[in-house]
Each structure stands twice: as structure tokens, then as C-alpha cells.
Design a protein around this ligand. Structure first.
Ligand code: NAD
Length: 360
């Protein structure tokens, strides 16, 4: 019997990249029993939700899952399935490596950064009050009576909770990773000069935890706007980053851009009881069903999953196969070609097959 893994192919380009990933993982020889569950736009008419309970139950049972992207309608409709999964399963650490792979269209070759983004709170907590709602009116009244600063009545409100508990566990997770993987420095990213209480709490928690690791891992704090500029100009100065949710989301896309775009950026959401692996990119609806997009991000997410499952040797073989195919530059998707209209670019499944061939 193989290892049970929940597979949520997602929607848009999700099913294509998931199929490519599955082929590659199976080609490593690691026996996986995929428990595939359809989520996203396709199940809304029958299930009334893009995230059926069966998907959550399956992840809870198997403890390990991998998913393709799922569309989130902007400003209306359903809550983001991705945010919901992270919160329901308490997947508190979003882990995103950004590392240069030779052969990619990287902006900078000196990038080798591991990003730890807090995944459960901050402005993503989902505590929001709409314009002119009864709740918003009450809240604005209360704030205006409590604070010297006044909030306009025609405001919508999003709340930014940052707790000691959530800050401690993500920051400790980043330090532990640094120690186990021989990383030299943790940089904590914040805007505590403006948000003295929320980001200030995150910063002070980091400074306290850093003392426990003194002599083993260096520590610094960097203001988020400065960090964005530094990352563009001198990414080689950075090693492990730890950030609250919103800055983590933005900075990890910036780092993905530095190493050649969303097509190659993998990710993981780690909790105490479950782990969910997924590419950083979204469902890219304009490419859905076209067998065009790059499967690398999802395959490298599977590499992270194999390591998590204790299949380190297979993970390293699969990673090498991906890097070899990219370095050769022949059987790769359009985004990895110098000219995006290069007619020699191959499709999603053909690139996956080239990777499988290296594993045989
Ligand atoms: P996106 O990542 O889907 O696409 C942006 C652009 O990036 C694409 O147009 C394409 O040019 C490029 N791209 C993305 N994936 C690629 C790949 N594998 N290969 C080559 N190029 C690729 O971002 P978006 O357009 O902002 O979002 C589309 C939908 O996806 C939205 O509904 C959004 O909410 C959702 N989304 C989901 C997740 C997730 O499931 N974790 C993450 C981000 C966005």
C-alpha cells in the first residue's frame, strides 16, 4: 500500500498542472495512493460551495495534500478557498523558497531565499465590515469614542489582528528551519514604525526569540518597503525571511519574480496536524485547457511534499530532473524560452514527460 495523499486539482489551469505533477511523482517510484477530490468552480452547482467538506475531511485524515490553484472571485461571492483551507486546517506557516535555477529567465542569479509567511491572521483573518453595514456603523462609533483619530463614516473596515501566539510559532518555525538547514540569518520584515502595536508586537516577539538562537543564527529586522527595494538590488544579502501574512504574500511574489516568474515558484502550507503543498501561482483562467502553462511550480511543490514525507532521495532526483530539463532549455514551456512566441516551446504535459524521461 502506498502513502495516502489528498489531491485537489483545482480549477483554471489547476487540473493540467496537477496531472503533470502526478505523472512526475509517480515516475520517481514512490508509491502514492492519490485521493483525488474535485474542488473549485466545477462543484459549486452541486455542492453549493467551492470547498466541499469531503476535501477538508480527506486532508485531516491523510495529513498531507497537494493542490492546484483555485479561482477566487474578487470583491464578491465565496471566500477564498485557499484562505479557508489554511484557516480550517490551521496551516500556520506558508513556506516559499525562491532559488535561482540555471536556464530560467531570472532577473537575478544570486537568489536563494526561504520565505516564512504567517498564514492565519493579519488582514487575511477575514474580519471585515462592509461600507454602511450595521456592524461597520457600530464599530466606527466605538472607535471614534475610544480614539483621538476619527474614522470616516463612509469607510469599510478590515481588522488586522496580530497575536503573540501566532507570531511566536511562525518566527520559531523560521529559526528552527534555519538551524536544521544550515542557514545563517533570519530577517524579520515589518512596518512597526507605523503600526506600532501590531507590527510592533511581531517585531518584539522576533527579537525575544532571536535571543534563544544567538550564536547559531543571526537576526535582523527590516522595514517592508526597504526590504522590497533591497530584494531587487541586493537579494544575495538575504537568507531566511519571516513576515506577517500580507507582507509575506507580496514579498514572496516579488521573490518569485526575481527567479523567473510564477511558473517556477513552489510553496507549502504547514500546520501541526496537516501539510498542504501548492504552487504560488493562481488559476490563470486565460490559459485554462490550453496545455500551455509551466508545470514546474507544482512539480517543485511535490518535491517539497516528498521531503516532508521522508522521501528525500526521490525528492532530490525529481528536483534534479526538473533542473536538467530547464537547463537544457529544449522541452520547456513558452515562459522559459527567450522569446515567448518561440514555436519550439512544448506544452504542459510534454514538459512533464521530458522530466519523467530523466527519472527512468
Ligand atoms: P495567476 O497566477 O493565475 O496568473 C497571473 C499570470 O501569471 C498569468 O496570466 C500568466 O501569465 C502567469 N502564470 C501563472 N501561472 C503560470 C504558469 N504555471 N506558467 C506560466 N505562466 C504562469 O494570477 P491572477 O491572474 O492574479 O489570478 C487568477 C485567479 O487565481 C484569481 O481568481 C486568484 O484569486 C486565484 N489565485 C489562486 C491562488 C491559489 O489557488 N493558491 C493563488 C493566487 C491566485
Amino acid at each position: 500500500m502506498g502513502i495516502k495523499v489528498t489531491l485537489l486539482p483545482g480549477d483554471g489551469i489547476g487540473p493540467e498542472v496537477a496531472m503533470a505533477m502526478k505523472k512526475c511523482v509517480d515516475a520517481t517510484g514512490v508509491a502514492i495512493d492519490w485521493e483525488e477530490i474535485t474542488v473549485g468552480a466545477a462543484v459549486i452547482p452541486t455542492e453549493g460551495t467551492p470547498l466541499p467538506q469531503a476535501a477538508i475531511d480527506s486532508i485531516r485524515k491523510n495529513k498531507v495534500a497537494i493542490k492546484g490553484p483555485i479561482e477566487t472571485p474578487i470583491g464578491k461571492g465565496f471566500r477564498s478557498v485557499n484562505v479557508q483551507l489554511r484557516q480550517e486546517l490551521d496551516l500556520f506557516a506558508c513556506v516559499r523558497p525562491a532559488k535561482f535555477i540555471p536556464g530560467t529567465r531570472a532577473v537575478n542569479e544570486k537568489v536563494d531565499i526561504m520565505i516564512f509567511r504567517e498564514n492565519t491572521e493579519d488582514l487575511y483573518a477575514g474580519v471585515e465590515f462592509d461600507l454602511y453595514s450595521e456592524e461597520a456603523k457600530k464599530l466606527i462609533g466605538m472607535i471614534n469614542s475610544l480614539s483621538k483619530k476619527q474614522v470616516r463614516e463612509d469607510s469599510a473596515i478590515s481588522i488586522k489582528p496580530i497575536s503573540v501566539f501566532a507570531s511566536e510559532r511562525i518566527i520559531r518555525h523560521a529559526f528552527e528551519y534555519a538551524v536544521k538547514n544550515g542557514r545563517k540569518k533570519v530577517s524579520l520584515v515589518h512596518k512597526a514604525n507605523i503600526m506600532k502595536f501590531t507590527d510592533g508586537l511581531f517585531l518584539r516577539t522576533g527579537q525575544k526569540i532571536a535571543e534563544e538562537y544567538a550564536g547559531k543564527v543571526a537576526f535582523e529586522d527590516v522595514i517592508v518597503d526597504n526590504m522590497c527595494m533591497q530584494l531587487v538590488q541586493k537579494p544575495e544579502l538575504y537568507d531566511v525571511l519571516v513576515l506577517p501574512n500580507l507582507y509575506g504574500d507580496i514579498v514572496s511574489d516579488l521573490c518569485a519574480g526575481l527567479v523567473g516568474g510564477l511558473g517556477i515558484a513552489p510553496g507549502a502550507n504547514i500546520g501541526v496536524h496537516a501539510a498542504l503543498f501548492e504552487p504560488v501561482h493562481g488559476s490563470a483562467p486565460k490559459y485554462a485547457g490550453k496545455n500551455k502553462v509551466n508545470p514546474t511550480a507544482t512539480i517543485l511543490s511535490a518535491v517539497m511534499m516528498l521531503r516532508h514525507l521522508g522521501e528525500g532521495a526521490a525528492a532530490t532526483r525529481l528536483e534534479k530532473a526538473v533542473c536538467d530539463v530547464i537547463k537544457e532549455g529544449q522541452r520547456v514551456t513558452y515562459d522559459l524560452k527567450e522569446d515567448r512566441n518561440d514555436p519550439t516551446a512544448v506544452g504542459t504535459q510534454e514538459m512533464a514527460e521530458a522530466i519523467c524521461k530523466k527519472l527512468r
